[in-house]
Design a protein around this ligand. Structure first.
Ligand SMILES: [Zn+2]
Length: 466
């Protein structure tokens, strides 16, 4: 009996000691993780970020003379998750700034269902960074307060944008104005221009018949005294638009054609495209129309080589609801990448959900660069895994970051999310002995700044030091 008690005592003490060791070890490892993660995150806060992709718009470009919480919500990716939950689309034109209580009754429930998504998480991060907002979720009681602050800030949009741009940590944003892609009036103190080619490709098979209303590129060409009768005329005018963009210091070409068609572009002979262009556009079938577009797309790739500008290409997930996702598989670009080794392709969005294929292209081809843009907002956890896999496979001079948002609040939240993804991935690798901390910091600085400076030749084109 005595022996038994003694044995129980020893056992008790041993178990206590074992638990203490376990607790100590786990605390130590949590602290180490927190320290490394925290240090890298703090370092990223000091980087002046080159943001390779945004769609920032002034409120008047949305037809808005005042902006409140629901206007911002209506232009975020988060509203697509609200639709996905089963809710009708938000229409910012009809949602006022003074009816937040009423709007919560409609949207509060669906919004709450999105509290776990990355669309929700990155959106709220922007308010935590830029506003006096500490809550983890949007609620019936905090939205009216936030709404009043947003309305006040947007009453002087230029001042608000300027202060938010600075506070977020941006130095330069590449601005993709797909909604007005033939014009060049951008504010060069924040932005660098992008030559968005969608309209020029997609209108190539839509030459108006005599007497038909002129649209897009045909209208603009006509207003400037150019007549487009042949494929050569069309490309000559496209060339003029490219020249103007280059004179305005554009730093890249951009295609988001996956929203409209497949990103598989066949190599079509000039004679075939030219003959098809000469026929009345109304008589062309879908396959014939595609052939003209394919020819023009290849023509643009040759132009990117001539101007030594990278071509940014949307791959993977398509914003919105109910799109033709299989149009955007990055593997459809292999023929193009192989055909033009002198062109530089910057593939977007981690190719989600084809992230491994996207990474394999970056590994295999020296002319393929990988942009994390928007991936952390689609799925933060996938972004951590994808960046980890990228660092396994791809030299780190080939990785960029961009935001892809319409308003500065969401762009800021995207950057906060991007930084947390990069810091978490790098910290894990440092803790596992796969990287030293100094190289981890170099990688962070390259992803958020110096890779873009080098590959997009920013010093040469913009004529300033970075
Ligand atoms: Zn975009």
């Amino acid at each position: 009996m005595k022996t038994y008690i003694h044995f129980k005592g020893i056992l008790f003490i041993s178990v206590l000691t074992f638990i203490s060791i376990l607790l100590f070890q786990s605390c130590t490892s949590v602290n180490q993780k927190t320290d490394t993660y925290g240090d890298i995150l703090e370092f990223t806060d000091g980087i002046k970020v080159i943001n390779t992709h945004e769609h920032q718009r002034r409120p008047e470009e949305f037809g808005l003379d005042s902006v409140g919480f629901y206007h911002l919500l209506g232009q975020t990716y988060l509203h697509h998750d609200i639709v996905s939950s089963g809710m009708q689309d938000l229409n910012i034109q009809t949602n006022g700034i003074n009816d937040v209580a009423e709007l919560w009754k409609q949207y509060g429930g669906p919004l709450d269902y999105c509290r776990s998504t990355s669309y929700y998480g990155h959106f709220i991060k922007g308010f935590q960074k830029l506003y006096d907002f500490d809550d983890n979720y949007f609620t019936e009681s905090n939205i009216p307060v936030l709404n009043a602050q947003i309305v006040k800030n947007y009453s002087n949009y230029p001042a608000w944008f300027s202060s938010a741009f600075e506070k977020a940590g941006f130095e330069l944003i590449f601005l993709d104005r797909y909604w007005n892609s033939l014009e060049f009036d951008i504010d060069m103190s924040y932005y660098a221009g992008i030559i968005h080619i969608n309209d020029m490709v997609m209108y190539s098979n839509l030459r108006p018949a005599p007497g038909e209303e002129l649209k897009s590129i045909y209208k603009k060409a006509n207003e400037e005294g150019h007549t487009i009768k042949s494929l050569d005329d069309y490309l000559t005018y496209c060339d003029l638009l490219i020249q103007r963009n280059v004179e305005h210091k554009a730093v890249a070409f951009k295609s988001s054609l996956a929203y409209a068609r497949t990103i598989e572009f066949e190599d079509v002979p000039y004679e075939d495209a030219s003959k098809l262009f000469a026929r009345p556009s109304g008589n062309l079938n879908r396959e014939e129309a595609k052939l003209i577009q394919d020819y023009v797309f290849h023509w643009f790739v040759k132009k990117t080589i001539e101007h030594k500008l990278p071509l940014q290409i949307h791959t993977g997930y398509l914003a919105g609801n109910g799109n033709q996702l299989d149009n955007s598989d990055p593997m459809k670009l292999v023929n193009l990448i192989r055909r033009y080794p002198e062109a530089n392709f910057s593939l977007f969005h981690g190719g989600y959900p084809w992230t491994s294929e996207f990474i394999a292209l970056g590994k295999m081809f020296s002319n393929v660069y990988l942009d994390l843009v928007w991936l952390p907002q689609i799925s933060r956890e996938k972004a951590v895994l994808a960046l980890d896999e990228m660092l396994d496979c791809v030299p780190y001079n080939k990785i960029f970051w961009g935001g892809d948002c319409a308003f500065i609040e969401e762009a800021t939240g995207s950057l906060e999310y991007g930084k947390s993804v990069v810091a978490e991935t790098l910290a894990k690798r440092v803790e596992r002995g796969l990287l030293t901390k100094d190289i981890a910091l170099e990688i962070a600085e390259r992803i958020f700044r110096y890779n873009a400076v080098e590959v997009f030749r920013l010093e040469e084109i913009l004529g300033r030091e970075f």
